[in-house]
Design a protein around this ligand. Structure first.
Ligand code: HEM
Length: 401
């Protein structure tokens, strides 16, 4: 009888924690009360789980076997208890050196960053580039190359001076390299390792990172040159509205709305390159010099104060960011801006090469046929010719503005 009572008591004691866990919906008996695989998977799926079973399991400082007491090799506290106390901000820690980043022992945002980087960022970024390529291909099939409608005159006009072409190609060449090496960094593990193996990818990844870090300076220099040389020609004017109202004459032959040195479409490309390029450069510098250029907490504060964050539907953006969170935001914004600019530039490359007859010459040798200039930039041609007197009939170039 006493043996029966004892076993009944024992089984009741053993059952108690199990029934408490059943009430919270998870059976953690198998892990001794620690989190289960289901908990971890749910956390990785971004689901909210009741983590009080961990949050509160940070040792008991008041008990006889408190965290300062000597019990075994770990003292009164176990490593997991200490890490939990750090995670939930209840541990009392002081780090005397190493800067702000050294104070962060654990940063939960890393999982969210990784999930966004490998999920929406990669999927939507690839979709945007793929979609743009398909759109351009369809556009080419429907519209074909935009030809010079009139007879070529054989006389040329200098459209871009050597220094302008140098600035353009410095920016363009470096941007293409940065785009390709950036894509290797983002997609390499998923796409290139399965295709070429770890060894080959390792070499490519190291080279890509080196190119990406160093060529960035050439891009910034090219961007600054292009801004200084062309900003004056890219200020909005009334002609732009007329040009836009006629769709730039791009959709049908024989329609050529007047334009100055740059038409409204080119001005949009210019300002996208300047704004997105600057944003990519700033976040790139922040990534190049880790923890030295935190900029998101301040930007978020400005967006909150001006009400822009609320207007965009983001409510209050966080203004207290750990140094690592600053880096994570910098990486994501850098990549988002780069994807948008790459898509815009794909369209630009199309129209500057296969899409339009005579356009490439402007950036190739700097000379365009007078007829091309008349059709696409009539007001600019008039300005140049008025400045230089009548158009020379000997085939010699009219100097650029
Ligand atoms: C193979 C690549 C590229 C080609 C063939 C190309 C071609 C051209 C051409 C022909 C022009 C002069 C258009 C005109 O005479 O009106 C031009 C202008 C320009 N390019 Fe590029 N380009 C390339 C890459 C890039 C890249 C990567 C960027 C920026 C990151 C860029 C930014 C610009 C800007 C801002 C202008 C002035 C505005 C405009 O014409 O749209 N280009 N490009």
């Amino acid at each position: 009888m006493p043996r029966l009572l004892l076993s009944l008591l024992l089984s009741l004691m053993l059952c108690l924690p199990v029934s408490a866990q059943e009430m919270s919906g998870a059976d953690r008996a198998a892990t001794g009360g620690a989190q289960t695989l289901e908990d971890i998977l749910a956390r990785q799926r971004g689901e909210k789980i009741d983590d009080s079973f961990r949050r509160e399991a940070t040792g008991n400082a008041d008990s006889a076997a408190g965290i300062a007491a000597q019990l075994g090799t770990l003292g009164g506290a176990s490593d997991p208890e200490l890490w939990r106390a750090l995670r939930y901000g209840t541990a009392d820690i002081t780090v005397s050196s190493g800067g702000d980043a050294a104070r962060v022992l654990m940063q939960d945002g890393g999982m969210k960053w990784l999930a966004f980087r490998d999920g929406p960022l990669s999927v939507k970024g690839a979709g945007l580039l793929g979609g743009t390529l398909v759109f351009l291909l369809l556009f080419y099939m429907m519209r074909g190359k935009i030809r010079i409608d009139g007879e070529k005159t054989g006389r040329t006009v200098t459209r871009f001076k050597a220094i302008e072409r140098f600035g353009h190609w410095l920016m363009a060449g470096s941007f293409i390299l940065l785009g390709l090496t950036g894509l290797v960094s983002l997609f390499g593990r998923k796409v290139l390792i399965p295709a070429f193996g770890h060894e080959a990818f390792s070499t490519l990844a190291i080279a890509s990172k080196w190119i990406h870090n160093n060529v960035s300076w050439a891009f910034m220099l090219g961007l600054a040159m292009v801004f200084v040389m062309w900003v004056i020609h890219n200020l909005p004017s009334r002609t732009d509205l007329k040009w836009l109202a006629q769709g730039g004459g791009i959709l049908s032959d024989g329609k050529h709305p007047p334009a100055k040195k740059f038409n409204a479409g080119q001005k949009m490309i210019f300002w996208s390159v300047i704004l997105f390029g600057t944003s990519i450069s700033l976040t790139g510098l922040s990534l190049l010099f880790p923890f030295e250029m935190p900029m998101f907490a301040k930007t978020f504060a400005i967006l909150n104060d001006t009400g822009l964050a609320g207007l965009a539907g983001y409510g209050e953006l966080p203004t207290q960011l750990a140094p690592h969170e600053e880096m994570q935001y910098a990486q994501l914004w850098h990549a988002i801006m780069a994807f948008v600019l790459m898509a815009i530039i794909l369209a630009h490359i199309y129209i500057g090469s296969v899409g339009m007859e005579g356009a490439y010459d402007a950036m190739g040798n700097g000379e365009v046929d007078e007829q091309w200039a008349r059709e696409h930039h009539s007001l600019w041609l008039e300005e140049v010719q008025n400045r230089e007197g009548a158009a020379p009939a000997d085939g010699k170039a009219t100097p650029a503005e």
